[in-house]
Design a binder for this molecule. Structure first.
Ligand code: AMP
Length: 304
């Protein structure tokens, strides 16, 4: 089950721009997760949300019972990226139908075992968490907008989930430190067993138990639009875990790599366009390539 924003985005990057394209954290995450697992989606849309995208989600195995149709305009985000693609600059955030949204989970959603709280108002994330009965894995993602405007509520969400996924700049902002290791320690001290810090084009670091896993980035030639990379990463991560049912450390490492691989495809085009024709063999081929490019030999002490 995934709750999060369903949006209409207008995005400019050095390579082009799109106006009013379907996006949103829950849309990106759901599409990514569907490569591994069916998805129950919780969110809200206004009367201007393009119906063909709902059909597309449904055709990929996304259950839309939890999506409310409200009168008014869908959530809108406008932003741009310069050549530092790790830094999204928000130009405007219009909450629109989110302002009055209150999630009410359909009965069968309440038993979902894998629950992802994608980027959305942390108050709504808490409401979803309260309605979920005995989930096996709970995961939360967020962004600077909520760290600045609803920090207390966000920390409460962090106290209640097993996995926190956050990007490097946001972790530093939240924990007021330059060290990502210190930031991860601080977040784990609140309760989560696992903290994953996304570093955009530089990969991700996963802190789980006593282990630290540094996931490499995929060396990409074609980068068009980084919007949704983080959400795609998180959706792929939880989708894989839900499919494997294995929450051991090696499986979590695999999930981090699947998340990275999916995110690397997503940024090759605007919106979810690249994901529409992506296939499982392509995902697996890139998984292997990522393993190859980050392999290095054991130390050769006889050299010294
Ligand atoms: P990402 O690039 O993975 O960090 O996420 C990009 C998506 O986040 C876009 O599709 C936006 O619609 C969505 N978004 C932007 N601001 C917010 C916000 N304040 N709350 C929820 N979603 C947002």
């Amino acid at each position: 089950m995934i709750v999060g924003s369903m949006a209409i985005d207008s995005v400019r990057t050095p390579l082009g721009e799109v106006d009013e394209k379907v996006g949103g954290a829950a849309v990106y995450s759901s599409v990514a997760a569907t490569f591994f697992s069916p998805v129950r989606l919780v969110g809200v849309i206004g009367d201007d949300f393009p119906p063909d995208y709902l059909q597309l989600l449904e055709s990929r195995g996304v259950d839309l019972q939890g999506v409310q149709h409200a009168q008014g305009k869908t959530f809108r985000w406008k932003g741009y990226y310069d050549y530092d693609l790790n830094q999204a600059h928000s130009l405007s955030t219009e909450l629109n139908v989110f302002e009055t949204f209150s999630p009410d989970l359909p009965a069968d959603y309440r038993n979902s075992k894998y629950v992802m709280l994608a980027n959305i108002d942390p108050t709504l994330q808490l409401q979803v968490l309260e309605q979920a009965r005995h989930p096996r894995l709970t995961l939360c993602d967020t962004m600077n907008y909520w760290i600045s405007s609803k920090k207390d509520e966000l920390l409460e969400v962090f106290r209640r989930v097993k996995v926190v996924i956050i990007n490097d700049g946001e972790a530093r902002q939240l924990c007021e430190t330059f060290s990502l290791v210190t930031a991860a320690d601080q977040i784990r001290a609140l309760g989560p067993e696992t903290v994953i810090i996304k570093k955009g084009e530089h990969g991700a670091i996963c802190f789980h138990g006593d282990s630290v896993f540094v996931a490499p980035p995929f060396p990409l030639r074609r980068i068009v639009d980084p919007t949704g990379a983080g959400d795609t990463f998180a959706g792929g991560f939880i989708g894989y875990l839900s499919r494997s049912g294995d929450l051991s450390e090696p499986s979590i490492r695999r999930a981090v790599i699947y998340g990275s691989v999916l995110a690397s495809f997503n940024i090759e085009d605007f919106g979810i366009d690249r994901m529409r024709n992506l296939t499982l063999p392509e995902i697996h081929a890139r998984y292997r390539e990522l393993r190859d490019v980050s392999f290095f030999e054991e130390m050769d002490e006889s050299t010294f």
